[in-house]
Design a protein around this ligand. Structure first.
Ligand code: SF4
Ligand code: ZN
Ligand code: ZN
Length: 301
């Protein structure tokens, strides 16, 4: 097959746009999607903390933002939290260090053991259950705090269109309507609340596209799966999205866009309960924030 843009041999077919792409035009296609996101949200001349896990999507996000950093005048820093998950965290940290060096970026690396006094393995052992909820809390808290204290305008995460789709479906499935309604393409920074906004530069890309981009650019990534990830229901919702995408052109994008329209019809409810944690001074809805409660619980054991 030939590239739909230039007649050179195609390396891939993107079903949702019904086009064949050669290597060069495929790379342009991916960068165009990231560019579209940055332009839509006016992300220019910003200082961005790039939260990476070492996995494929986050490494592709790092690479694309580096490619576009000059055009958009972005000041970018990779950021990795070593969660202390045996057989997973250390190899992923090595990949983050290696790729950052190749891209001539200096990463910020935090060890959860040093920062909070425990690891995610400790949390799993003490609670005798999957540590994903604890993990989510510490990642959100530490990332926000480092970004706030470092004067960053945004935190970038490597969520793709299919992640957003699976997250939305999972929240609807589990009845977490508030979480569903509060998930946006972008959230603004609220310095008065010590909250740094979040951006998702891969929002207009599918995972199959980030995988092809990683292969074509020979981008190193950590191919390991977190041992606690297995059996999480979000995986089922991802599979639904992928199946839909295979059978119906643009399925994921269409559903997401309709859900976003639906969200806009529901008036935003201001969160009047937000106050500042009595221990750390960061925002919370209770007197002591969840992060500080977890820290007290796990570092005691
Ligand atoms: Fe954390 Fe692993 Fe759960 Fe992801 S799957 S939230 S990295 S413990
Ligand atoms: Zn071409
Ligand atoms: Zn606190």
């Amino acid at each position: 097959m030939k590239c739909s843009m230039c007649n050179r041999p195609a390396i891939t077919f993107i079903r949702r746009v019904k086009k064949y792409f050669c290597e060069e035009h495929f790379l342009q296609f991916v960068l165009k999607q990231v560019r579209r996101y940055l332009e839509k949200h006016g992300i220019r001349r910003k200082k961005i903390l790039i939260a990476v896990s070492g996995g494929k999507d986050s490494m592709v996000m790092l690479h694309t933002l580096k490619m576009l950093s000059e055009d958009f005048k972005l000041d970018i820093t990779p950021f990795y939290i070593n969660l202390g998950i045996t057989g997973y965290s250390d190899p992923c940290e090595s990949v983050v260090r290696e790729v950052s060096e190749e891209l001539e970026l200096t990463p910020i690396i935090i060890s959860l053991r040093e920062y909070a006094g425990y690891t995610i393995d400790d949390a799993a052992r003490i609670e005798r259950k999957k540590p994903c909820s604890t993990c989510g809390t510490v990642k959100r808290y530490i990332t926000n705090r480092i970004a706030y204290e470092g004067g960053y305008d945004y935190v970038a995460t490597g969520h793709t269109m299919i992640d957003e789709f699976a997250f939305a479906l999972h929240n609807l499935y589990s009845g977490s309507i508030d979480t569903f309604l509060r998930s946006y393409e972008i959230t603004d920074t609220r310095k008065d609340l010590k909250l740094v906004g979040r951006i998702k530069p891969l929002y207009y890309l599918l995972e199959s596209e980030t995988l092809t981009y990683a292969i074509v650019n020979k981008i190193k990534y950590c191919n390991l799966e977190c041992p606690y990830a297995q059996g999480h229901p979000t995986q089922v919702h991802k599979e639904i999205g992928l199946m839909g995408e295979y059978r119906l052109q643009g399925y994921v994008q269409r559903i997401l866009s309709s859900l976003n329209k639906l969200k806009k019809m529901i008036p935003e409810r201001p969160d009047n309960n937000i106050r500042f944690c009595k221990i750390c001074g960061y925002p919370t809805v209770t007197d002591i924030c969840k992060y500080c409660r977890l820290k007290a619980k796990f570092s005691r054991e």
